[in-house]
Design a protein around this ligand. Structure first.
Ligand SMILES: NC(=O)c1ccc[n+]([C@@H]2O[C@H](COP(=O)([O-])OP(=O)(O)OC[C@H]3O[C@@H](n4cnc5c(N)ncnc54)[C@H](OP(=O)(O)O)[C@@H]3O)[C@@H](O)[C@H]2O)c1
Length: 272
């Protein structure tokens, strides 16, 4: 059986579940093999209309439906939904692969919540999974089998790249560098667009210019053999316009600003 035929359930149907669903459907997973459990009628109707996937208001239905179950609820709901799932898994005597997407929830905590013999993996995906350019950081619980690790990796590589961490203490660093970081890029674009408009471009011109330049720069960074430092130097002629902008960033302590922000995100991930 190919990976696209794996039956997958999501408990929670919000932003992250929808991003991964979008990516999986683009990777030719079939809606009939996907189930999303969410309590609100509005969310379920939206999911049916947008993705034509199966939906349910009963988290226990994931236990019967899927081989792999993603926990895509807020971190403070993980214990509750894992408990519901465990009860259902115990009654049907089945073991599943359970992948939590919740920031700050460790494999040890997951193993405590998910009783029985199901395998658990803690994952930190990000929103670009929707365009199959995601980055998912992963940690497997100690007793996870090689097959389960491969299964999780195969699924998540359908929506981007994966990084397996050998030390779970590094997960907050991955939250700060990947899980949260698409928002930093969006914020930077937002600020650039505002400045482009202040300098006289229309909003549309500023947006096209900023987004296309970002796309070009990031594509180069991902494909080039040059380091990002060398690429930056290629744009910067001595005493030219770019140098003026970079000097201004330096005098505003941009690196310290970025470091403070990422430390704050990592601290939050470590202290949920
Ligand atoms: N957003 C990101 O970029 C991102 C990145 C990495 C990791 N994550 C992680 O992904 C998880 C989900 O984040 P999100 O941004 O997708 O949150 P979200 O948009 O608020 O979605 C949360 C979902 O959980 C559902 N839910 C709430 N209580 C539930 C219950 N008892 N049983 C089943 N479903 C329930 C909600 O259903 P209703 O809609 O029906 O209320 C909603 O669909 C979080 O743990 C977060 O740390 C998010």
């Amino acid at each position: 059986m190919t990976i696209e035929h794996t039956k997958i359930a999501f408990i929670g149907g919000g932003n992250m579940a929808q991003a991964i669903l979008t990516g999986l459907l683009a990777a030719k997973f079939s809606p009939e093999n996907l189930l999303v459990c969410a309590p609100s009628n509005t969310t379920r109707e939206k999911l049916t209309e947008k993705f034509q996937v199966n939906v349910s208001d009963n988290n226990a239905s994931a236990a019967n439906f899927a081989e792999v179950i993603f926990l895509a609820v807020k971190p403070n709901m993980i214990a509750t939904v894992a408990d519901e799932l465990s009860l259902a898994l115990q009654s049907n005597g089945d073991d599943k692969l359970i992948i939590s997407l919740a920031a700050g929830v460790t494999t040890e905590q997951l193993q405590g919540y998910v009783r029985g013999n199901s395998s658990v993996i803690a994952a930190m995906p990000n929103l670009p999974s929707a365009v199959r350019q995601g980055l998912t950081g992963l940690v497997a619980a100690k007793d996870c089998s090689v097959d389960d690790i491969k299964l999780a990796d195969d699924i998540l590589r359908c929506v981007g790249k994966t990084i397996w961490l050998d030390d779970e203490n590094k997960m907050p660093a991955l939250v700060a560098t990947a899980g949260s970081s698409p928002a930093y890029f969006f914020l930077f674009l937002e600020a650039m667009i505002e400045s482009g408009v202040q300098l006289g471009l229309t909003h549309q011109q500023a947006e096209t210019a900023a987004v296309q330049s970002g796309l070009g720069a990031l594509t180069m960074a991902s494909r080039s053999e040059l380091s990002v430092i060398e690429l930056k130097e290629q744009v910067t002629s001595p005493n030219g316009t770019t140098q003026q902008a970079l000097d201004s960033f330096a005098s505003s302590q941009l690196r310290a600003v970025v470091n403070d922000a990422m430390q704050a995100a990592a601290r939050k991930a470590a202290n949920y």
